[in-house]
Design a binder for this molecule. Structure first.
Ligand SMILES: O=C(O)CCC(=O)C(=O)O
Ligand SMILES: [Fe+2]
Length: 206
């Protein structure tokens, strides 16, 4: 999704506090170990462009998912229109974020929900090179299926790769129709080095 040079330049932006509205030290909240910062509006132009251009095709998928899972919300084709809906409901704060992990850091399994309005897919771009910049630190997804034990999926990413994943649930076909699989994501412990990620969430936060 991004070139090596774009990843390096993006990761370097972690050290520019004027770009961010808030910083979270994960250990202080029981979220894991490491830290992240939420961008402030106006977003850097590349992130704003990515958020807008990714949204359209994902909105079509999101609408199919909601129909299949019998969920009421439908998503307009333009991100600006969806954001206006979030803002009208008091979800006005931007959610794109940069994450930074060092040796021993990890991100506990979680869901990025920030209010009633939830866009059901999100994206993350790995900005560091596994095996060179860091070891360990794998992106993981868990699937919690009704009346079944949980299943884990490791997503092998290289620098510049993007993963698109469910925020809170995804549809799955069962014998008696479609059911909802509850999803969480996280990052396994870094054994060495430093890892940066750009996260793109499409709903804003209250
Ligand atoms: O660092 C990662 O790969 C996970 C980032 C994350 O939790 C997110 O983008 O919402
Ligand atoms: Fe997350």
């Amino acid at each position: 999704m991004l070139t090596a040079d774009e990843c390096i330049a993006m990761a370097a932006q972690y050290a520019q506090p004027q770009l961010y509205r808030s910083r979270v030290v994960m250990s202080q909240h029981g979220f894991g170990s490491g830290e992240y910062q939420y961008f402030r509006y106006p977003l850097p132009s590349m992130i704003s462009a990515l958020r807008q251009s990714l949204y359209g095709p994902l909105a079509a998928i999101a609408n199919h998912w909601h129909e299949a899972m019998d969920l009421e919300a439908r998503f307009p084709p333009d991100h600006a229109e969806f954001l206006a809906r979030c803002h009208a409901a008091g979800q006005t704060r931007p959610t794109p974020l940069m994450l930074q992990y060092g040796p021993g850091d990890y991100n506990c399994l979680h869901q990025d929900l920030y209010g009633d309005h939830v866009f059901p897919l999100q994206a993350a771009i790995l900005l560091s090179e596994p095996g060179t910049d860091f070891d360990g630190g794998e992106f993981v997804l868990t699937e919690q299926r009704p009346r079944m034990q949980s299943r884990v999926e490791v997503v092998p990413l290289k620098r510049g790769d993007m993963v698109i994943f469910p925020v809170n649930h995804r549809p799955a076909q069962g014998a008696r129709g479609v059911y909802r699989v509850n999803m969480r994501h996280g990052v396994s412990r870094l054994r060495a080095g430093s890892r940066h990620t750009l996260g793109i969430i499409f709903h804003d936060a209250n």
